[in-house]
Design a protein around this ligand. Structure first.
Ligand code: ATP
Length: 805
């Protein structure tokens, strides 16, 4: 189980009476001898994804049905993804006795168990080109130079062995620059073995009596199949590889393997296994060099070209595997070591032949564990369809230093380029996976991860994408390696650590209804029930070191029956509880993120609305202010505000206009009335005057007639005085003295008067022929008007009106 900071926390021991023994041999004082029906509890066995059963039916062709279903439907496998972050463990190499002690201060400081800080020294590129502040990096756990191989293995790898024996796939890889201690961490030395030999030790220690003899073997990525007849004949692959004659009893005789010089300091740990299975162990050893995959269990031949292997696709799982890679069954730890050493020897020979150091290639040691189920009656189900395959890949990567610092031409450059390419692609994959996680969290489309750009990532795609755990060991050598190189390594680790892989949760396999037609073999009742001191005991020591509170689980006292199956169940419950906690936590985090997002969105919307409102308000204010400013600028102090005055003035003008209009309307009415009255009066007056004019005309006509008569008689005209009626005429008003004088003159000045008459005649004529003499009429009128007291109006009234009548 793992805490939030990815630290492996050992399950609290459930039995107090377990002794923390470290011998690989089982203690002889085993209690409760095993009966063929070992477990009475209904068994729900964890099974690998390849085989999933809900309720197997007793039909002869059930297995073929399952096979068919498995090959056609991926949905057949229950898929329950769980978050599984990549753990990154930092290991700091101790200063070697040969290395020069630098004059400057060390740039790497361990802050605590989880964090280091790196201060760029003055001679580093970072100091010259970037921020000079210390860089801080967090890890799942930091191991300083004093940590032993055993402690390092217990913390980093032991929990993974537990997982792989339970059917999970695991990948552990060491990353760092050359000479940083990768090979030391993975392989170790004869007296101080590293992760890989210890893993083999623990697996063999744990499996012990449950080593499978079945004919089921692993194939492809995670499939199982039976030996073919031909393979059956050539089963001694191990003997072929190692050159040591092998016979059926060899695995029982470790003396045969003495030449391999087994490590002196072997790991004696054994962990609890599920005793409902037998375990077959298969190992392989490969190398990736200049983007080509080679089998390290193939003996080098100086005279023929080394054969590169290809990656192939396993349809049912969607993952890739190295096609044609030798997989050897190992039944004892000696055999396993023999294969390991053989592979290492071949690697060294290859590097001599091809003139490269082994640190220029990636080495991949794979342990495949085939679990063969045992049914309630102690029968081994020897059918590959019921077998599960899990694998533990241990990878020692090539040095991550950048080639421009080390190489400059030819094969070295190509080699370095390819090493850097695969490591660079690994980094890109990690970065893309990390970004994809973020994108998924916010509902964005994810990017394609560039696994196919290198063999290394293509092969381990499955480990980063839901087919097991991935663990990274980051090695640094702060004394001999420069700041820049290690900073690069740290940055890679920081990205990889943020990647959460998703792993399958295997469905349960119910074995009690298994078909009678399945190939079964009664399991030899080899030994009594064994007592193992499992991972709990092992971790107890570390726990005591770390947590000195003296607390122990209460249920230890009640738990007297030693039953690995119960242990397993408890372990599963613990795991489930942790997963439940994790899922609850992630759910809560997700909920809070959603809430935060919704709140932020709302806030953003409100802010937008507020902005729009404020902007328009500001615009209005600006306009008003501009006007006021304009006015103010032209306004003297103490003067009233012109805008206001203008408005008031406009209002006043408007109301006075309305008043005026109203008054004028009233006046107009009054004027209209008065005018109408006046018109009526004038009409009356006009009538009256017309009457008078008629009479004057009549008088004048008479006078004319009289004058004509007188003229004819040459008698001086004697004009009678006008009568009363004539005197009443406004035109013949009572003459003034001057007028009297004038009249007198007129009468006396006959000639003038006659001119006048003449003119009058002309006038008559011209008016009579209006169009023809209109011009003359005007002239005449002007002349007439020259006479005193004679106006056009008078002439008109006197002479024209009668004409029109
Ligand atoms: N934790 C350690 N304790 C003691 N010695 C160590 C430790 N780590 C590394 N060394 C020693 O440092 C030297 C270099 O280590 P190692 O060969 O493992 O480096 P490397 O990173 O694998 O290099 P390369 O990439 O070239 O293979 C070895 O002599 C090794 O024994």
């Amino acid at each position: 189980m793992y805490s939030s900071n990815n630290e492996y926390i050992p399950r609290t021991p459930t039995r107090e009476n377990r002794t923390p023994q470290r011998t690989p041999q089982r203690t002889p004082n085993r209690t409760a001898p095993r009966t063929p029906t070992r477990v009475t509890t209904p068994r729900h066995l964890s099974c690998h994804s390849r085989v999933a059963f809900k309720a197997p039916v007793r039909t002869p062709d059930f297995a073929s049905l399952v096979r068919k279903e498995a090959s056609t439907h991926n949905s057949f496998f229950a898929y329950n993804p769980e978050k599984e972050p990549i753990r990154a463990y930092l290991r700091i190499r101790p200063q070697s006795t040969h290395s020069e002690i630098g004059s400057s201060d060390p740039y790497l400081h361990v802050v605590d168990d989880l964090e280091v800080s790196m201060t760029p020294p003055e001679d580093s590129n970072a100091y010259r080109t970037r921020n000079r502040a210390p860089e801080r990096y967090k890890f799942s756990k930091i191991f300083t130079d004093t940590v032993s191989q055993q402690a390092f293995f217990n913390k980093t790898t032991l929990p993974l062995i537990h997982d792989v024996l339970k059917g999970q796939n695991v990948l552990i890889f060491a990353y760092g620059v050359t000479n940083s201690g990768k090979t030391f961490s993975i392989m170790g030395t004869k007296n101080n073995p590293g992760i890989l030999p210890r893993t083999l030790d623990v697996i063999f220690n744990s499996i012990d009596d449950y080593m499978s003899e079945s004919k089921v073997k692993p194939c492809m990525h995670s499939q199982a199949q039976l030996y073919t007849d031909k393979e059956e004949e050539n089963r001694d692959v191990l003997s072929q590889i190692t050159g040591i004659p092998l016979h059926s009893g060899s695995s029982q005789n470790p003396d045969l393997w003495d030449s391999f010089q087994l490590p002196t300091n072997r790991d004696t740990t054994a962990i609890g296994i599920d005793e409902n299975f037998e375990y077959g162990i298969w190992v392989s050893f490969a190398e990736i060099y200049t983007e080509k995959i080679y089998d390290l269990l193939v003996k080098p031949d100086r005279f023929s070209k080394r054969k590169a292997l290809s990656l192939k696709y396993e349809y049912s799982s969607g993952h890739k595997y190295i096609s044609g890679l030798t997989e050897v069954r190992v039944k004892t730890i000696q055999e396993a070591y023999a294969i390991l050493f053989e592979g290492q020897k071949n690697r060294a020979e290859y590097s001599t032949i091809t003139n490269h150091t082994s640190s220029r290639s990636h080495s991949i040691f794979t342990i495949k564990i085939v679990r063969i189920p045992i049914d309630e009656n102690n029968y081994i189900i020897e059918d590959p369809i019921y077998a599960t395959v899990s694998k533990f890949s241990i990878v020692d990567l090539a040095g991550s230093e950048r080639y421009r610092n080390t190489f400059n031409s030819g094969q070295r450059l190509k080699e370095a380029g390819n090493i850097n390419k695969s490591l660079m692609v690994l980094g890109q994959c990690m970065e893309t996976l990390r970004l994809n996680q973020l994108k998924t969290a916010i509902g964005k489309k994810t990017a394609m991860v560039p696994y196919r750009h290198s063999k290394l990532t293509e092969l381990f795609k499955s480990s980063f994408e839901g087919d097991g755990k991935a663990v990274m060991v980051v090695n640094v050598n702060p004394v001999d390696t420069g700041f820049d190189e290690n900073s690069h390594v740290m940055k890679f680790a920081a990205v990889a650590k943020d990647v959460a892989t998703w792993r399958r949760v295997h469905p349960k396999l119910e074995l009690k209804d298994i078909s009678t037609f399945v190939n079964k073999r009664l399991r030899a009742n080899t030994k009594d029930t064994r007592i193992y001191h499992g991972i709990d005991d092992l971790m107890k020591e570390d726990e005591d070191e770390e947590r000195d509170d003296g607390s122990r689980d209460d249920d230890d006292d009640d738990d007297d029956n030693e039953d690995p199956f119960v242990d397993n169940l408890i372990s599963q419950i613990d795991d489930l509880r942790n997963k439940w906690m994790e899922s609850e936590t992630s759910k809560a985090i997700m909920e809070s993120e959603v809430r935060l997002k919704v709140t932020e969105d709302f806030e953003a919307d409100l802010k937008k609305m507020e902005d729009i409102y404020m902007t328009s308000l500001k615009n209005w204010n600006d306009v008003a202010e501009a006007q006021v400013t304009e006015q103010t600028s032209t306004m003297n102090e103490g003067e009233p505000n012109n805008v206001l005055l203008q408005v008031q003035e406009k209002q006043n003008i408007l109301s006075s206009t309305i008043d005026n209009m109203r008054t004028r309307l009233n006046d107009h009415e009054a004027t209209k009335h008065s005018l109408l009255e006046k018109i009526a009066e004038l009409e009356k007056e006009k009538q009256k005057q017309l009457e008078n004019i008629k009479q004057v005309n009549y008088v004048l006509k008479e006078r004319d007639a009289t004058i004509e008569i007188l003229k004819a008689n040459n008698e001086p005209a004697v004009l009678s005085k006008p009568n009363e009626m004539e005197l009443d005429s406004p035109f013949l008003a009572k003459p003034t003295k001057r007028q009297e004088k004038k009249e007198k003159d007129t009468y006396t000045k006959t000639e003038t008067f006659e001119n006048f008459l003449d003119l009058r005649k002309k006038l008559r004529r011209s008016i009579f022929r209006v169009d023809e003499y209109s011009h003359d009429a005007d002239v005449i009128m002007t002349e007439i008007e020259q006479f005193e007291d004679v106006s056009f109006d008078l002439v008109k009234v006197c002479y024209l009106e009668p004409l029109h009548e």
